[in-house]
Design a protein around this ligand. Structure first.
Ligand code: URP
Ligand code: ZN
Ligand code: ZN
Length: 460
């Protein structure tokens, strides 16, 4: 099967020009003006922007967490991602404390394999680093295509590791050419505030927010980058939500450290005023919580300053009956919100359309940087001869409204209900197949492939 996409405005990090793209099988085989080739199908992209398929480097599908499972599974989550232009997601395998990394990988594979509509890869979350776990790192990097190791500096008793484990993990990961990432918030400080607020009878979602002030994130971010500096391990802070954490990255960068930052679309667009809505605020209970306007200003600037490389979602949706688990106690509300479908359109509308970021930066933070940092470039993350034909045709002029009534995520509320956005994903191709056309998904659930990631020489 061959496809010719004609006359689109093709945007990559390095170029912006009207061109044709010729696709044979799963890959792009030619790009140029007025290509004279015979194709099985011709798509007219006149007036449309053409982006590389989005990569969301932070999602939790069907994730066991806080006594329940996030409610998008691999099929519904990757399908919703495709509707929004995200063709590849990176999900987190989470080690159970006391068990091996391999057993967690086997468990996650059993849920994901043959169930994904879009392409997917895994990070490995190390929640118990010891002499046995240490022996597994090399194989994961070299044989399983997992080059990034996530740590939690919070969620004590379930996911959190201590600084000793962190340093030992960093040494081992560095030795084998990988990267350590972190949910960098201070679990002990947070737990103390949670205990205090609960003991004083403050049980509403507002106190989730008040139990995680900026300093809990700033402190852990500084400690994390310091440990990475001491060990020389490449590092990446996930879901940076505040100025203090961004400044930890800034300081580390100034001393020429290999450190990278990720923020999420909700931290750029939503703020803590949403915690003033009684129990409805449970919709936005996530960790770290939404922050202040001044943090949004810092994060947008951080993107343009090259301190934030990726904009993810941390998609971790829970239905309302799951959120109700915490109706009498904020600490029991499952943490997370939906977003996998809206990242690309929201970032275009709020970022490019409102003049905060360039088209080149948009492509970089939604796709190219994640492909580079996580060992998928140039197969993914760009539009180039030899790359997978993962392509979005995007109409920058269509206005539409986000709502639970029209989204494709398997969750019964929208975190962005009523948001007006300008710019819409019109068509999506994944490895040379039309995935989304006329708002319909054309692929089925075994189409999505596991992407074996490589070590990234020169970056890691
Ligand atoms: O609230 C969140 N972020 N839930 C998902 C787990 C995590 O911390 O990333
Ligand atoms: Zn997290
Ligand atoms: Zn997460």
């Amino acid at each position: 099967m061959s496809i010719l996409i004609k006359n689109g405005r093709v945007i990559t990090v390095a170029s912006d020009s009207v061109a044709d793209i010729f696709i044979e099988g799963e890959q792009i085989t030619a790009i140029g003006k007025n290509l004279s080739v015979k194709a099985d199908k011709i798509i007219d992209a006149t007036g449309l922007l053409v982006f590389p398929g989005g990569i969301d480097p932070h999602v939790h599908l069907e994730m066991p967490f806080m006594g329940t499972f996030s409610c998008d599974n691999y099929e519904t989550g990757t399908r919703a991602a495709l509707h929004g232009g995200t063709t590849t997601v990176i999900d987190f395998v989470i080690q159970k404390q006391g068990n091996s990394l391999q057993s967690a990988l086997d468990e996650w594979r059993s849920r994901a394999e043959n169930n994904c509509v879009g392409d997917y890869a895994f990070h490995m979350a190390v929640t118990d680093f010891n002499e046995n776990t240490k022996k597994e790192i090399k194989k994961l990097i070299e044989k399983e295509g997992i080059t990034s190791f996530k740590t939690f500096m919070a969620y004590k008793g379930a996911l959190m590791i201590d600084d000793h484990q962190m340093v030992e993990l960093m040494k081992e990961v560095k030795l084998h050419g990988g990267m350590v990432t972190s949910h960098a918030t201070n679990g002990d400080m947070i737990d103390e505030l949670v205990t205090k607020n609960r003991s004083e009878g403050h049980l509403s979602p507002l106190y989730h927010y008040l139990s995680q002030p900026e300093e809990t994130e700033r402190e852990a971010s500084e400690r994390f980058v310091d440990m990475a500096n001491a060990t020389g391990c490449p590092s990446y802070i996930v879901h940076v939500s505040c100025e203090g954490s961004l400044n930890a990255i800034r300081k580390a960068t100034q001393r020429n450290q290999m450190v990278f930052g990720e923020t999420c679309i909700q931290y750029l667009t939503l703020d803590a005023s949403l915690y003033d809505k009684g129990f409805e605020s449970a919709k936005w209970v996530m960790s770290p919580p939404l922050r202040e306007k001044k943090d949004q200003i810092a994060l947008w600037a951080g993107i343009n300053q090259g301190l934030i490389e990726t904009v993810a979602t941390d998609h971790c949706p829970f239905n309302w009956d799951q959120k109700l688990m915490g109706k009498d106690d904020f600490s029991k509300i499952p943490n997370g919100q939906p977003g996998i479908e809206h990242r690309m359109e929201l970032l275009y509308s709020e970022g490019v359309d409102k003049g905060k970021i360039s088209l080149s930066k948009y492509v970089d933070v939604t796709s190219t940087s994640a492909a580079k940092l996580f060992g998928m470039y140039p197969r993914k993350g760009t539009i180039a001869v030899g790359s997978d034909a993962d392509i979005i045709l995007f109409d920058p002029n269509i206005k539409h409204t986000l709502s639970v009534d029209t989204h494709h995520m398997n969750v019964d509320y929208s975190a962005f209900e009523g948001w007006e956005v300008r710019g819409k994903v019109k068509m999506v191709l994944l490895r040379g197949q039309i995935a989304i056309e006329n708002e319909q998904c054309k692929l089925n659930k075994s189409y999505g492939k596991y992407i074996n990631r490589s070590k990234v020489n020169g970056i890691l």
